[in-house]
Design a protein around this ligand. Structure first.
Ligand SMILES: [Zn+2]
Length: 356
């Protein structure tokens, strides 16, 4: 009697062990729910997240969910936080075609155009209903104006449901910009190491070491920073410029996304991290403090010395009013290359190369 019992127990243990191991090796993914879209494992669904009307009009956020058959990370890719930044937007439509859920571990959340009102109206920086910059109003407010409500939906549906995120930007329609990324430091060594590997995997050479973002979760301002404040890795990337849709900028985004997916073991293959990163340990955006016309006197990617003239502002009557100088020696990450200079808006960004 006892020996039969022991046999049964050991058979049962072996059975549980086999099931457990096979479960670990190839664990089935679960359905993914975002807004009112439910996506079964192995399926792809596209649809819209709804931003309701309030005092100003509501809008929709077009999304695609690629839900892998196997378990893994949930990576969110967000394009179009600024609606006139096209290469990131176009790259996500390519990713949608490229990724087969049957060979994906985890879930890919594609936010095709976060700021659809800005995209539709062809507007730099802002949302046309409230003239706020979506990337300054996170985590958003369900009772606020249009940009704040968009930010709120993105925080609730994307930030809170993902494990990691790439916020894909580029130079706006007025900005000549070299490719670069922001590595946002949280102070948590483990998280910062993952984010560092993620930013290297994206493959862009110039990387800003960014310690400047607020630690206030209720006023996180930036999408990427919001994710980091939730204790999850996120990077902000910049590839593309001047409202163009050049192949090089789009392909750079696609390559970077694939490499990050490989880093998180979502698809087969090895990541291709940048081999010769250029770290930027300080950066400054110089803003216009008057309205007028901006005349750049250097170009994106050029090096400038401390105090060197970068451009001038002329008033609407043609009088030179101001000379803009570089606050320190560094590289021009972007510079405005269309005439309008508006008080409070950026003119250029300079980055200091870290010394070894
Ligand atoms: Zn942007």
């Amino acid at each position: 009697m006892v020996s039969i019992c022991v046999k049964r127990i050991s058979l049962c243990l072996i059975f549980c062990l086999v099931i457990g191991i096979s479960h670990l090796i190839c664990e089935e993914n679960e359905p993914f729910i975002i807004g009112d879209i439910k996506v079964a494992p192995g399926d792809v669904r596209s649809g819209y997240l709804t931003v309701p009307d309030k005092e100003d009009p509501g809008c929709f956020i077009p999304v695609t969910i690629i839900n892998g058959t196997k378990k893994g990370k949930t990576l969110a890719l967000v394009a179009g936080v600024h609606g006139y930044e096209y290469p990131p937007i176009l790259s996500l439509y390519r990713i949608k075609q490229m990724i087969d859920p049957k060979s994906l571990s985890g879930t890919l959340v594609l936010v095709h155009i976060a700021n659809l009102p800005g995209f539709q109206k062809r507007i730099v920086y802002y949302n046309p209903y409230d003239w706020k910059n979506l990337n300054r109003v996170f985590p958003g407010d369900p009772e606020g104006t249009s940009a704040q409500r968009i930010a709120y939906v993105l925080t609730e549906e994307v930030v809170k449901k993902c494990d990691c995120l790439i916020d894909l930007h580029c130079g706006d329609a007025n900005e000549a910009l070299i490719p670069y990324c922001y590595w946002m430091l949280s102070g948590d060594q483990k998280l910062d190491n993952i984010t560092k590997e993620m930013v290297l995997a994206f493959g862009i050479k110039h990387i800003i070491i960014d310690k400047s973002r607020t630690k206030d979760k209720s006023d996180s301002k930036y999408l990427g920073n919001t994710v980091v404040l939730y204790g999850k890795p996120a990077i902000t990337t910049e590839s593309g410029y001047l409202g163009r849709t050049d192949e090089e900028s789009i392909a750079r985004n696609v390559k970077g996304i694939i490499s990050v997916m490989r880093y998180f073991e979502m698809i087969e293959g090895d990541p291709e991290p940048v081999s010769d990163p250029v770290w930027i340990d300080k950066y400054e955006v110089i803003y216009a403090d008057m309205d007028g016309l901006f005349y750049p006197e250097t170009k994106m990617g050029y090096y400038v010395s401390k105090g060197e003239k970068v451009g001038t502002i002329m008033d609407y009557l043609g009088n030179v009013k101001q000379e803009l100088k570089s606050p320190f020696t560094g590289i021009i990450l972007y510079i405005i290359e269309t005439p309008p200079a508006n008080k409070g808006e950026p003119l250029f960004e300079v980055g200091r190369i870290q010394k070894d």
